[in-house]
Structures are given as structure tokens and as C-alpha cells.
Design a protein around this ligand. Sequence first.
Ligand code: UGA
Length: 443
Amino acid sequence: MNIVMVGTGYVGLASGLGFAKLGHRVVCVDIDASKIAKLELGEPTFFEPGVPETLKEMLEAGRIMFTTSLKDVVDEAQVVIIAVGTPPLPNGQADLSFVYKVAEDLGALLRHDCVVIVKSTVPVGTNRIVLEKIQRAMQEAGHDEATSRVRIGSVPEFLRPGYAMEDFFHPARIILGADDEETFSVLDRLHAGLEAPRVRMSIESAELTKYAANALLATKISFINEIANIADEVGADVREVAQGVGMDPRLGPHFLNAGIGFGGMCFPKDVSALHQIAGTKGYECKLLSAVIEVNSRQRERFLRKVEHDLNGFKGKRIALWGLAFKGGTDDVRGSISIDIAQRLAGRGADVYAFDPKAMDRAKAYLPENVKLCSTAVDACEGADALLVVTEWPEFREVSFEAVRERMIDPRIYDGRNLLTDLELEKKGFSYKGVGVCRPGRHS
Ligand code: UGA
């Protein structure tokens, strides 16, 4: 099939490459000419495992193309996928202006049979508004008779940055939302070659499924963080509890890692948006308010522990490991690690930070008294404490002998329970995780 993908961010590029690899011809459109120029040369504009190789392969095979001109390519498209950004507005709602602009641009151009899919995560009801906007623009362009040839399909995205390509090719399920059999069959053809259960449903259900999935995952995280806080108080170990709980297949072992909470551009935004969507219909969703509140106080609880042990942060030198919102990505949007760096700096600490991939992107958000270091060990020079705030697996491989030699006071506060089993106390550190009373005893 001929696919036009509008937007070349994580979702647009990763799924565009995925569809190309499935055998479709994909044209990616972006208004940012510098991004398009790089992509044409085979250079991804962000770090994502698997993307550079697939990009090279698909460019060589002639199955993916890049352009800034929607007008030049839309006539051939059987499917148009909108994957532009929906950044949060100051009031927490998603800014849909980019999505709606694409809808209007498309409407001015479309005249033929085409299914339009919104991949950007959008509030329930947005797909229908997008269709209305397309059809209105078609009428204004004098193509009234063709409005029924454009149909809308909702295929929510479940890709995780860091695993985007893997998630594209091995999804747990594919959610297909549409109004009619003809659209469902186009969506089926689009996903041919992916071995995953497909679930057909209404457009509104598909839109809500995306929010519900992210909200339930976020709820699991806030829940285990509450258990960790209780574990801290009663002398239990949250990792042991999570293991015991997760072995019940009704509960499952995933997303039970306690720590400083969830960040990123998805969970915080989506949980708040779902809460708000319910609110606009007059329904107060108490569970989601609690999930949000637990998440926002978790990082402060962590910081208070350190602050108490150090007798305040003023004039203290803090090594900070991690700036990305999670391990495996250079994405710093909604990163709790950045928030922690800002809070530390605001309380008078000198922060020495290191991240394997995210330092370039982090720079813009960091105040002056946060210095970026070239290695994890360098960040520990003269430090009064080391705070681990992003779950990068490579932090486990660092030489802790070298870390101890560099630190003034060998204290480690592990906000991700990443190093709990490394027996750091035996290596001369004072080690504290989140809800972990027996470090080293768990594998
Ligand atoms: C999430 C979902 O997992 C994807 O399925 C979804 O497609 C994506 O949002 C989206 O809506 O586009 P993502 O935000 O990339 O993906 O990251 P996750 O791996 O889910 O982690 C989110 C946050 O939760 C991170 O800050 C991570 O550190 C934290 N987390 C995760 C925990 O604190 N504990 C856990 O057990 C798991």
C-alpha cells in the first residue's frame, strides 16, 4: 500500500520504517526541512535502537522517502497517518493544533479514497473532529462530492521509546477502531505481516483503550510506590513483595519496580488527560487523582531522605546518574531526573550529572549549577552523595571501586532500585534504595 506518514518524531519515524519493512511504500512528511534533509541522508534525528539500521535498509530498498511537501505526495496515498506532536498546554490539556492543521491541509488536497489514521495520542472524540475538519476543508476546496471517500480509522500506538522497533514488530495486540467493514479491511491490510491479535472496536473505544492502558500501567507504578513507602516504614522489602505479588497471573510481574515515579511524555500527560476527559463529562475519577498525587510526591520523598542525611543540600556536591526519563532513550521530556536536578540546584547543591545518551537534550533544561560530566565516575569526584535517578543498565557496570575513591562521602541513594543486588555496602558504601530494607539479598 502507499502510505503517507505526517510527522517524523519517535512514533512517525519508527512506525513509518516498520510499515516500510512490512512491504508498504512509505513517504514521511515533516515541516522541518533540516530533519527531512538528515533523514534523506540516512541520519536519524534522535537516538532509538534499530532505527539507524532500518532507515539505511529501507532507503536502499527505495521503500521509504522523505519530503516537506504533503501536496506532492498525498494523491498517491491509500492511507495517511497523522503522527505529529500533541504537547501539553499550560492547563495540562493536549495541544491539538498541529493535528488539526494537518487535517485542514489534507482536506484541501484530498479527493480520492483514503483512510486517515491519527497516531498521535489524542483525547477521545478527536478522530471524529479530524474527519469533520478534513471534510469541511474538502468542501471549501470545492470537492464536496468526494467527502464520503475519506474515512477515519483509530489505531492507537503502544510503542515505547527505547524499544520502538521491537514493539512495532512484536506488539502485544493491535487495536483497530473504525466505523465500517471497508475501513477495517484497509487497517487489516496495513498490518498484514504482524503476528499479533487484532481487536476491532469503535473509534471511541480505540481512543479510550490507549488512555486506559497507560493509566493502568501508571496505576501499577504508583501502587507499588505506595507499597514501597509502607515497606520503608514497617521494615519490609518492596522487591520481595513485588515478586510475591507478581507471581499471581491475575496481577503479573511487570511494572512493579518501585522508585521515584513515572515520567516521560506519555504517562503523566495521559493520566492527567484521562482525568480531565472524565471531568469534562462531570465524572470525578478519584483513582486517577491519587495516581497523579502519589507520583508527584514520590520524588520529593526521595529527596527529603537525602536532605535529612546530609543535613541540607546547601554547598553539598551531588553526583547525579541519569537525565533521560528512563533508561535506553535520550528523551528528557517529562523526566523526573531533570526535575530532581532542578530541585537540587534550587536548594543550593552543586550537581555533577552524567547520562549515557541524554546530555545534549538535557542541557536546555538545566540551571547553571548543574555541570555535565563525561563519565559516570567523573560525576562522583568530591561528591557528598550519589543519586541514581534513571534506570540505565550500564550504571551497573561502572567500577564502584573507582566511584568510592572519588567520593568524599560514599553514600548512594538509588531512586530506581537499580543497584540493590550489587552488595555495595560490602564495597564500603552506605546504600539506600526505595522500599529496600535488605539490599543485596535479592536477585
Ligand atoms: C509508555 C507505554 O509503556 C507504552 O506502551 C506507550 O506506547 C507509550 O507510553 C506511549 O503512550 O506512547 P514510555 O513512556 O516510553 O511508554 O515508557 P515506560 O517504559 O512505560 O516507562 C514510563 C515511566 O515509568 C518511566 O519514567 C519509567 O522509569 C517508569 N517506570 C516504569 C517505573 O517507575 N516503574 C516501572 O515498573 C516501570
